[in-house]
Design a protein around this ligand. Structure first.
Ligand SMILES: O=C(O)CCC(=O)C(=O)O
Length: 270
């Protein structure tokens, strides 16, 4: 188990606060990266039909991606101890692909979608606190030329929704060895750079949310029982069993299990 020193933890916290992203190296072993790359390579032809989604249900290696102590510690520091896993999916950048795609995820899958923006907010985002985070696992080395993700430092504090063209002048490529992860605030502008090499770039993305916001998936319904079992005592928290809104009256509801209490099992709806 890899755990960072207090000094290192504080340095990552500061990076997150100031830059809106931070890089943790040595999170996955070369063997884990190779295995995960192989899984993505095999699944690539079927990616449009969902083969890149819910990866933890499809191969054991992806179960590691929510069990890394340093990563979890940082997530919980910013989102709270009951932070939820929102998705785990593959991202492959073939030679020649990528480039000019700066965006923030909150505007696509999060609380800043057009349909969610109240007029009273006047096009401004919540920038005082982290509402959600995303993680990119570097299954290939991330270099200046192979389609690594670029980030605009400090952009998580930029108040307005639109990304100005000049943001590209400030973008910095996240150069990182294979096995690293990049953790970033959901507000931080980022995008895939162009892959100018002959090699495919492999990554896995894994967004996290505060417990009281909607996740991309109802993970408590998605996760397979054996996968949940192997996640140990963190499993029900990470997969949001306790975060499910009751559909019975409260006295009939088991918060821990996320369903009706055993004596009210006849009220179960799934
Ligand atoms: O794979 C990448 O480089 C980043 C993908 C991305 O920006 C996203 O999914 O929001």
């Amino acid at each position: 188990m890899h755990t960072m020193t207090e000094e290192s933890f504080q340095a990552h916290v500061l990076d997150m606060k100031v830059e809106g992203y931070t890089i943790l190296t040595d999170q996955l072993t070369p063997e884990e990266c190779a295995e995960a790359r192989k899984e993505l390579e095999t699944r690539y032809p079927d990616r449009e039909r969902g083969s890149f989604e819910w990866l933890f249900n499809k191969a054991r290696v992806f179960e590691r991606f929510y069990q890394l102590p340093d990563h979890l510690r940082l997530i919980r520091h910013f989102l709270g101890p009951d932070a939820l896993l929102s998705a785990v999916y593959g991202s492959v950048v073939m030679p020649g692909e990528g480039g000019r795609g700066l965006h923030s995820d909150s505007g696509i899958t999060g609380h800043n979608r057009d349909a969610s923006m109240p007029d009273a907010d006047e096009g401004r985002r919540i920038t005082s606190h982290s509402i959600a985070l995303n993680t990119i696992f570097c299954l290939s080395p991330f270099t200046e030329t192979n389609g690594a993700t670029e980030f605009v430092p400090g952009s998580h504090r930029y108040e307005y929704l639109d990304v100005p063209d000049s943001a590209y002048d400030n973008a910095r490529t996240a150069v990182a060895p294979e096995g690293s992860l990049v953790l970033f605030d959901v507000n931080t502008w980022h995008g895939t750079t162009k892959n100018q090499t002959g090699e495919t770039r492999y990554a896995v993305l894994s967004p996290w949310r505060r417990r009281w916001t909607k996740c991309e998936y109802e993970m408590a319904r998605v996760v397979k029982p054996d996968v949940l079992e192997r996640a140990g005592e963190d499993g029900p928290v990470i997969f949001g069993f306790q975060a499910q809104s009751p559909y019975t009256e409260l006295w009939q509801w088991d918060r821990e299990e996320g369903g009706p209490k055993p004596e009210f099992s006849h009220l179960r709806r799934d």
